[in-house]
Design a protein. Structure first.
Length: 643
């Protein structure tokens, strides 16, 4: 109704980009018949794009990579007739000129005709069976984060979500897996056309199809909120893999039930998985139809299958608003995998998985340190994003308790369903539900980098324990963390929590009885609730009698390889506390590092010293004891390290 007359575009055209328009719907048509018959994978296509203008505009810009997706023509769909529009295609953008200035609030529909005659493996992939050593030819899309522009013209940003229809033409012996529900499947001669439709909006990187000479089979998930209503889980695999697939997918229904209880009911019209190969990834959580690597059918990839399913909530239902927020996708899905492990296989398996992830993160962090919010180039899908992201949720869960934690996740899913989320929005929900301010938690764990490294010393006296904790991490902040200590004997145990937020802290635990020092144990964070390293755990059992003097004994063994034991005595009046510092020097008298620094009462102590980071040579270990700023003892021993 807006285009009965042709109006010349004004020279000062308004280029619409970013959030000044909202794509409502894509109808994508891909004619792959000839490309699969001729076995080059090329295709012709068209896409109808319906969008809502939020500002007046005389032109608009979409994404389409010129040398890969070549646009032939663009039409404005207007009532009884279509208007062909002028356009320009540069390296990654399709710039379309309107015949007149369109008004804010207008709903506009364009149809773009294009073709892909490129062998570039990006966004869209085609492999011949003999070249890839697979049973059949295969074609599929894979676009995260921003490669949808390599297979069809679109607005390729995660914050812009739209419904989608996929119409894919292939030879009749091919099946097509796609987003949403299969509306029609037409066979016309040697051609077959699949019509997939999703009624729930999604980002362009979640739109996908895969086609090959597949077989398909299904499971059914009965909704936890309404067992009379079922959702189909549809699988696409090669015939040769069918038995392996049945085994690999045996727990998917159970996973859906578990996640629906924990996160809220499964949010889409269907779920499915399609196996592809070659594939440079493990899995990709395309909305309602996850793409997985064929190798996952061989078993031992249940964690990956759970991770991708968890993405249907965290990544698809609630999508990161932009790529700086990627941890909201990957960290959440990773913790979903861990939660299913806890539910299915128990606490020990759960903790083992988290510890393994922590070690992987520590390894990456030793070469490059970055915050999981806005990761640097090349680390959008880095280990920290996945594994530290999961640990962040684990630590939050332990801070606030299971009931509140899962209430927060369900509110997160409810409030931003079919939309996008940010760290700030999630932080606000945490504050709202807990009625507390957790900004400090997100500041140190999400917006900042690093993790705490503790030196921990516990001195056991007759009726008390003196616990000394030092945060000794380098190039990182001092963390505010609650630390649990398990104090136990054969006859009792207790769990105490102390908040630690300073570099050096002493806690004194007093008993109403005389403890058996040989029987008493002190455990630091026994349930693995903190992402951290503990350099040295030294549990010192002080003698009841007062030592005769201050003394640093010769280490044993000496010479040693990597690890040695150092004994020392702190003299004086029983109950008095001294400041002690042990440092390491080279043969030239240069300080290499401080081994520890803390406060100790009178007693005899043992320190297990590990020097993995030093080379062979002669070193000197020095103990300095101070009382109110005055040195009362200074001792030094020579040590020989041989590797």
């Amino acid at each position: 109704m807006f285009f009965r007359f042709l109006i010349i575009t004004i020279s000062l055209a308004t280029v619409v980009y970013c959030d000044v328009f909202d794509v409502l719907h894509y109808e994508i048509y891909i004619d792959l018949y000839k490309g699969l018959v001729e076995r080059n994978g090329f295709y012709n296509g068209s896409v109808k794009i319906k969008f809502l203008l939020k500002e007046d505009a005389s032109s608009i810009k979409f994404h389409a990579v010129k040398d890969v997706v070549s646009v032939d023509s663009v039409f404005l769909l207007s009532g009884w007739f279509n208007v062909e529009l002028n356009f320009q295609q540069d390296s990654e953008n399709l710039n379309i000129n309107f015949p007149r200035v369109l008004s804010s609030g207008d709903t506009v529909e364009l149809k773009v005709y294009f073709r892909r005659s490129s062998n570039l493996d990006r966004g869209y992939y085609f492999y011949k069976k003999e070249e890839a050593q697979i049973p059949y030819d295969i074609a599929y899309t894979m676009t995260e984060p921003s490669d949808a522009r390599f297979w069809f013209p679109c607005y390729d940003e995660p914050w812009d979500k739209a419904t989608v229809e996929l119409i894919i033409k292939v030879p009749k012996n091919f099946l097509v897996a796609g987003n949403g529900l299969l509306i029609r499947d037409e066979i016309i001669g040697d051609e077959r056309i699949f019509y997939w439709r999703s009624i729930f909006p999604m980002s362009t990187y979640l739109m996908a199809f895969a086609t090959s000479e597949y077989i398909t089979f299904s499971d059914w998930y009965k909704k936890v909120t309404n067992p009379a209503d079922s959702i189909e889980i549809k699988y696409y695999v090669w015939r040769e893999d069918s038995l392996k697939a049945v085994n690999a997918f045996k727990n998917v229904v159970d996973m859906m039930k578990f996640f629906s209880v924990r996160f809220g009911e499964y949010p889409f019209e269907k779920y499915g998985m399609v196996a592809v190969y070659p594939f440079s990834y493990g899995g990709m959580e395309h909305q309602t139809m996850t793409t997985i690597n064929r190798r996952w059918l061989n078993g031992n990839y249940e964690g990956g299958i759970a991770h991708e399913l968890a993405h249907q909530w965290w990544g698809n239902l609630v999508t990161c608003e932009n790529w700086v927020e990627i941890w909201l996708n990957e960290g959440f899905a990773s913790y979903g995998d861990a939660l299913y492990t806890e539910y299915k296989y128990g606490r020990e398996a759960f903790v083992s998985k988290l510890k393994s992830w922590a070690n992987s993160y520590f390894k990456e962090d030793s070469s490059i340190r970055y915050a999981i919010y806005n990761p640097p180039p090349g680390k959008l899908f880095g280990t920290a994003v996945y594994f530290k992201g999961a640990w962040v949720l684990h630590m939050l869960r332990n801070l606030i308790g299971d009931s509140t934690f899962f209430k927060i996740l369900q509110e997160w899913g409810r409030r931003y369903a079919y939309g996008t989320g940010t760290t700030r929005k999630f932080n606000d929900i945490v504050n709202e539900v807990t009625k507390s301010n957790f900004d400090w938690f997100f500041e140190q764990w999400v917006l900042d980098s690093g993790y705490p490294v503790f030196d921990f010393y516990a001195t056991i006296l007759d009726s008390q324990i003196v616990i000394n904790i030092r945060q000794v991490q380098k190039n990182s902040r001092i963390f505010k963390v609650p630390i649990e200590f398990k104090i136990s004997t054969q006859s009792f145990d207790t769990l105490l929590t102390f908040w630690n937020y300073t570099p050096d802290t002493i806690y004194v635990v007093k008993f109403g009885f005389i403890a058996n020092r040989d029987d008493l144990k002190v455990e630091f964070d026994p349930d693995e609730k903190i992402l951290k390293k503990v350099n040295a755990i030294v549990i010192n059992k002080a003698e009841a009698s007062t030592p005769l003097n201050f003394k640093l004994y010769q280490n044993y063994p000496n010479p040693f390889n990597f690890e040695t034991k150092i004994d020392f005595e702190i003299g004086g009046k029983v109950g008095k506390i001294y400041k002690c510092k042990i440092s390491l020097y080279d043969v030239l008298g240069r300080k290499i590092k401080d081994i520890f620094e803390g406060e100790f009462p009178v007693g005899r102590y043992s320190l297990n010293l590990k020097l993995n980071d030093l080379g062979s040579g002669i070193y000197f270990c020095e103990l300095i004891v101070e009382d109110i700023g005055e040195i009362v003892y200074q001792g030094r021993i020579k040590m020989v390290l041989l590797k």
